[in-house]
Design a protein around this ligand. Structure first.
Ligand code: FAD
Length: 361
């Protein structure tokens, strides 16, 4: 394999859970980090999206955080991580130690702006003007940089504050305020539990009824159903359904008591937004100082636009982590491999396909 630092055989974009999982297996299959493959990440530090999450989020308050493959060799696991520390710090620390232990030489901060064809090769161009030519790209860019906020009539006239999950820092900034929290997933629920007793008024709205599971943990069956739904959409090149629409929300004891005291009771979505609040189609009105959109994300794929992978159905067609339109492009942590469901399996599956492809070049 004729590789060099300016012409590695593989470029991995993203050093979150998915990118690090693929990198671990590429190294294990004999590729040299920094030489045969390079990992580029725009983040200032380690931890993927976790480095940007709010202070109060703890390991355990979100879903289970899956260990990276080979993390046991470092004697660490998220199962035994300190739950009193912010998850963002724990994940950043574990991922830093992991990158050092496996000498993955992640180049950061490097923001990939475009991936395009040049002859038979691929060029990965970053914001600082550098270009890396390569044979294979593994896209592991997650979703954190691509927040989704649906449009509602009157949005622009709202005198209060619109903020998305990615803008949330702490409950304290909403002391004494009236807040409408939008979204039927675990982020919205986490916010409501944090804001209770701090905000003056909390209203929870969701597009569809929130399906609480009887178990307090994501059960394998719900996880498998969600994976199947994601996989079907990814193979068909459709936009990906939200994961919670496939899994439901595991009902913990803390949630059950919040349901009993009326905090976690979602109202249907409002129909429009007015300067001072939100309005339902039945005429009901709720005053609001802020609307917190816990309405999820879209896969971050803008930089791949020159490759014209997007289908008319809105997504990219991906099967077993590989693009069906361009066999040189792989998607880690996408759809059925999203890390809540388990990015690690994807890491090994993609790494094996990449090495098999390189052996035929
Ligand atoms: P990310 O962690 O987002 O990593 C992607 C990396 O790519 C980032 O480091 C980013 O800097 C980099 N990147 C993106 N675009 C570019 C570019 N153009 N150029 C260079 N680098 C780029 N999952 C769980 O398993 N358990 C949980 O408890 C859990 N809780 C969550 C809580 C919240 C609030 C949210 C929003 C999500 C949660 N998730 C959870 C889901 C999420 O899938 C994981 O948090 C995990 O971070 C996904 O890993 P990833 O590697 O796919 O993506």
């Amino acid at each position: 394999m004729t590789s060099s630092t300016t012409h590695p055989s593989v470029v991995v974009i993203g050093a979150g859970q998915a990118g690090l999982s693929v990198s671990f297996y590429l190294k294990r299959l004999g590729l040299e980090p920094g030489q045969d493959f390079v990992v580029l990440d725009r983040g200032p530090g380690t931890g993927g999206a976790w480095q940007g999450r709010w202070e109060a989020l703890r390991v355990g308050s979100a879903h289970r955080i899956n260990d990276l493959p080979g993390m046991d060799a470092l004697g660490i696991s998220f199962e035994t991580a300190d739950r009193t520390l912010p998850a963002k710090d724990v994940v950043a620390d574990y991922y830093r130690r992991y990158e050092e232990h496996y000498d993955l030489r992640v180049q950061r901060p490097v923001e990939v702006k475009r991936v395009f064809n040049r002859g038979t090769g691929l060029v990965v161009a970053s914001a600082d003007g550098r270009e890396v030519t390569t044979e294979v790209v593994v896209n592991a860019t997650g979703t954190w940089g691509s927040p989704f906020i649906p449009w509602y009539p009157g949005m622009n006239e709202f005198r209060g504050r619109h903020l998305h999950t990615t803008d949330y820092r702490s409950a304290e900034e909403f002391e004494g305020q009236s807040l409408v929290v939008v979204g039927g997933g675990t982020s919205a629920i986490g916010f409501l539990l944090e804001l209770e007793g701090v905000a003056a008024e909390l209203t929870w709205v969701s597009r569809r009824p929130v399906e609480f599971l009887d178990e307090g943990e994501l059960n394998l069956e719900a996880g498998a159903a969600a994976v199947a739904k994601q996989d079907e959409a990814a193979r068909a090149g459709r936009a990906l359904p939200s994961i919670v629409s496939g899994t439901g929300v595991p009902r913990t004891r803390r949630m059950q008591s919040a349901i009993d005291r009326g905090l976690l009771v979602a109202r249907p979505m409002f129909s429009s937004i007015e300067p001072d609040g939100v309005r339902w189609s039945d005429g009901g009105f709720q005053r609001a100082d802020a609307i917190l959109w816990a309405t999820g994300f879209r896969p971050e794929l803008r930089h791949l636009a020159p490759l014209k992978l997007r289908e008319k159905e809105g997504g990219v067609s991906v099967g077993a982590g590989a693009s069906w339109k361009d066999p040189r492009i792989f998607f880690a942590g996408y759809g059925p491999q999203a890390s809540t469901i388990g990015a690690n399996r994807a890491g090994s599956q993609i790494a094996r396909q990449v090495v098999a492809m390189l052996s035929h070049l």
